[in-house]
Structures are given as C-alpha cells and as structure tokens.
Design a protein around this ligand. Sequence first.
Ligand code: SAM
Length: 280
Amino acid sequence: MDNWYTEKHSDGVGITLKVTKTLFSGKSAFQKLDIVETEDFGRMMLLDDLVMVTERDEFVYHDMIVHPALFTHPNPKKVLVIGGGDGGTIREIMKHASVEEAVLCEIDGLVIEKSIELLPTMACEINGSNPRVKLHVDDGIAYIREHKNSFDVILVDSTDPIGPAVGLFEEDFYRTVFAALKEDGIMVAQSESPFYHAEIQKSMYQNLRSVFPIVEMYQAFVPTYPSGLWSFAFASKKYHPLEAFDKKRAAARPFETKYYNEDLHGGAFALPTFARKNIN
Ligand code: SAM
C-alpha cells in the first residue's frame, strides 16, 4: 500500500508527498522529528509533522537566506545562525571566504545529530570537519543576550512562530539581535508565506521596524512550503539591500549557486502588491 505524507496549508488545501521509507522517527524535549525518504523530493525532514527541508528544493531556501546579506555587507567575517540545525544555511555561509567564524545556535541537539547522520548534503559543514564552524545547542533567545556587538550578520533560520520559536518573531528578540550586531550589522529572518501568513507578517515587520532603520522583504519560490511563495525579512543598521548591494562581487562569486544570482537579487525585492500590503 502506498504511503502518503500530507501537510495541510489551510482547512481546504495542502501538499502530499509519496513516502517510500521512514529513516528516523522520534521525539526530543522540544518537538517530534521525522526524516523520511520520498519518491520525488529525496530525503525530507519534518518537525511536528511540518515540512522543514527536502533534498530537492532546499537549495532555494538556503541560497536565499544567506547570499543577499553576505553580498550586501562589505566584509562579513563573523556570522551567527539561530536555528538551522539541518546545516544547509551554514553550508552556504562557508562558501564565502571572508567568513572567519560561523556560529550555529540550535535549540534541539537531536536535529543536528540526525541531520549529520541522514542529511549529509546539508550537514556537510556542521559535522566537525570545518574549524571555522562553532556549534551551540542552546535557545537562541538566551544565547543572543550574552553576545553584545559581536556579529556582522545574524540569520534566523527558524521554524514557524510556534513552540520554542514564538519569541523569535517578537520585538524584544529583535532588540537583542540589534545589540548583538556590530554598528553596521545585518539580520535576515525567514518570514513565512505572503500568501497564507499576512497576519504573522504584519506583526513581524511592525516589530522589526520599531528596532531597525532599514527593513525590506524579499521572496523566493520553495515548492514544498505553503503556497510555494516564501519570504525573508532583511533588517539592517546601515546597508540597504539594493543600494549597498555589491553586484560585481556577486557576479564574480567563485562558487556555484543553484538559485541565487546577481540579477535575481534585485528582482527578489520587487514584491507583488498583496505582499506589499501585508507589511505596509
Ligand atoms: N527552513 C525551515 C523553515 O523555514 O521552516 C527551518 C529549518 S531549521 C530545521 C529550524 C530550526 O529552528 C529547528 O531545528 C528548531 O529546533 C530551531 N529552533 C526553533 N526555535 C529555536 C530557538 N528559540 N533557538 C534556537 N533554535 C530554534
């Protein structure tokens, strides 16, 4: 009998993927974790039965949470990732030779452990092989309070605003991120779907704007995420993502990217009208 995984995106719609094998299923102190083999999207990680990453489309999300900020900041040396226990975000950061240290602060050690074991194409830089990478199993909300004026770029690669991630969408947290960034620092956070999550976006961008002088939304197409249209918040103390963007450096990047490129960078910030309405 075929085994199908279904995630509902609203009461009336969802996505369904054919599962060929369960590689791991277990619980941590924070959430339920499943890693399964799918027929069409390779291996897939679920947290509390929600899609986090799949091997086939993770390149979109990980390219877009990392490269716009690292090609806007003139010389990113120290980068912090909050969440991101699958390792895909750290993998993309490590492609930037200017980065001397990347810190991963993930609340759930089981996510890191099982990603290293079962998702090697994403966790390849968090398995202890890269001396530029530092791992912390800790709540990002607590960790950030201990690190004032420390980072050039902070990336919040979190789950939806449920459970341990609720506080990662709050104004208090953004104030501590602002304090942890150097005077010209940049923060990027995944900001849900403009199509389904208008209410979340409204409060999130209001919170960001009460802290950061520059706040912009950009978008990307992630097939297995609700509606396929996903977004990221770019919050900056000094550099604007279009005005300060180093297009020449992005065009000359000495590494491969499967989604991101120097032209798409600009286009990603050109939002559909309904998405603009969500955040203005
Ligand atoms: N790309 C995925 C998405 O957009 O849904 C997110 C992937 S990543 C696996 C999300 C991670 O955030 C999870 O492993 C979760 O444990 C972690 N997380 C949630 N709340 C956290 C917190 N307060 N501090 C640190 N990590 C947290």
